[in-house]
Design a protein around this ligand. Sequence first.
Ligand SMILES: O=C(O)CCC(=O)C(=O)O
Ligand SMILES: [Fe+2]
Length: 183
Amino acid sequence: MIATHSLSDAFSPTECDRIRALADVAPAADARLVGTRRDHNQRRAELVWLDSVEGADWVMDRIVDVVRAANRAVFGFDLTEFAESAQVARYGAEREGHFDWHADIGDGPHARRRKLTMVVQLSPLSDYAGGTLEIMPSAGVIKAPRDQGTATLFPSFLLHRVTPVTEGARQSLTIWAHGPAFR
Ligand SMILES: O=C(O)CCC(=O)C(=O)O
Ligand SMILES: [Fe+2]
C-alpha cells in the first residue's frame, strides 16, 4: 500500500518566500481544530486562510496541478474538488508550536469529505529546529522531508503530527482534496 508521497520541488524557495510574505501581512487566527473547539494542548499554531489573501491565486493554481499529478501517478483516489481554503500555519518556538497526533477527517460537512492531504514545507531549514511532520501509516513513523518547497501527500485518514518547534518558527501550507467516500 502506498502511504505517503513526497515531491521535492513543488514550489521553489523563492515561491515559498512569496507565500510566506503574503501570509505575514494577513491577519492570523489561532488554530482551530476540525470543528470549532480550541484546544491548545492539541495544536498551537497561527493560521492564515489563503482564500482571504489577495494575490494568492497562483498558489492555488499550483496546488491544483501538483495534487492532480500526484493523485494520478500515485494515489488514484476519486477526487472531485478542493472544498476548503488552503491554510498557511506558523508554529513558533515561543509557545512550542505543534500539532499532536490526529487524522484530518472530521465531523464538518467538508472535513468529513477530506481524502488527500498535502503539506508543503514553506520555511528554510535554517529557520527552525523541531517541527517535524510525522505520518504513521502503520506501526512505523515516516518523517516528511523538511526541505523548503517539498510537498508531502498522504491519505487524510492517516494519523500524523507536527513535533514541537524548539527554535525559531516553521511555516507550512496545507490543502485537502475532497471526494466521495472511500469504497
Ligand atoms: O503543518 C503541518 O505539517 C501539518 C498540518 C496539519 O496536519 C493540518 O493542518 O491538519
Ligand atoms: Fe493534519
